[in-house]
Design a protein around this ligand. Structure first.
Ligand SMILES: [Zn+2]
Length: 298
């Protein structure tokens, strides 16, 4: 029996959960992973803490290796957003991320975008997650669905089950013309132009469409970075807030709009079928910044 369990564990580790998995799929993966993780695995510890730490808000460490203090929740409903997958309890972030989401939501009426369906942000104390995401650890990342918000309030059950709509064509070469519309570019451009934006990750096919539709004032395209998957949502990363002494910014993206050769690479065989690297052991609490160990207690 243990053999089968071990193989299942490896498979689950090798195939990361899709960002938009239903709550039930996500819960099943969590259970399977918990059975195989060491007690001090950071994702086990941070993945099971249900409440934020008291005290001042602070992002600690880097986007893919850190945690957050004093996180605040994004309300489940706002003037132009609804939080999806609420049962995952990943609607926590630094106050600056909440403010950025509110700021983007306020711009939507002018863009013809009806409202944001908000996917994963961070866990109450950040840190690595049991399922999905290498980053989203310090309360400054959010996944926003590329599905327009319906004009009614979704029930909690709907929010845990409704799927996001893919905007990339089946061959992966471009956006799906049956879905894509000018409002998608408008939404992504508005997010990229916000002063707090550090990077936005999208599927290479979406970047290709934005390069085509980006117009002449193209500075914003630099922050839109192609990445695997991301065909039904975009990942919005904001910079470390001013004065956040323990927060580590990522280096800036390379100069230019990223639309030439750099983008072409993403459509090569090498990029589409990357060789899987060796499995790496789960990060332990002791490998995170030292302040995170203090937060790793419910
Ligand atoms: Zn993400």
């Amino acid at each position: 029996m243990w053999r089968i369990g071990a193989v299942v564990g490896l498979l689950l580790a090798a195939v990361p959960a899709a960002a938009q998995d239903t709550a039930a799929q996500d819960a099943a993966r969590r259970q399977a992973l918990l059975a195989h993780l060491p007690a001090d695995a950071a994702k086990r510890v941070f993945g099971q803490i249900a409440a934020p730490s008291p005290g001042p808000a602070q992002p600690i460490g880097s986007y893919a290796k850190g945690c957050q203090a004093g996180a605040v929740p994004l309300p489940a409903d706002g003037p132009a957003w609804q939080v999806m997958r609420p049962s995952r309890n990943r609607f926590w972030g630094q106050p600056q991320l909440i403010a950025a989401i509110e700021g983007l939501a306020a711009k939507l009426p002018a863009l013809g975008w009806p409202g944001l369906l908000v996917g994963d942000m961070a866990q109450p104390r950040g840190g690595p997650m049991l399922t999905g995401h290498a980053s989203h650890q310090i309360g400054l990342d959010v996944d926003l669905w590329l599905t327009p918000m319906p004009d009614r309030r979704l029930s909690p059950a709907e929010r845990d089950t409704i799927g996001a709509v893919k905007v990339v064509a089946a061959d992966g070469n471009d956006v799906d013309r049956k879905v894509w519309a000018p409002q998608y570019r408008a939404l992504l451009e508005a997010a990229a132009r916000m002063p707090e934006t550090a990077r936005i990750f999208v599927n290479p096919a979406i970047k290709r469409a934005l390069c085509r539709e980006g117009g002449t004032d193209r500075g914003w395209l630099r922050l839109i970075r192609p990445w695997w998957r991301h065909d039904d949502h975009f990942h919005w990363r904001i910079a470390c807030p001013r004065g956040a002494a323990e927060c580590e910014n990522q280096g800036p993206p390379p100069p230019g709009d990223g639309c030439g050769k750099e983008l072409d690479w993403w459509f090569t065989e090498t990029a589409r079928h990357p060789k899987p690297g060796p499995p790496h052991p789960p990060m332990l609490v002791s490998q995170l910044p030292p302040q995170c160990a203090a937060l790793a207690k419910p």
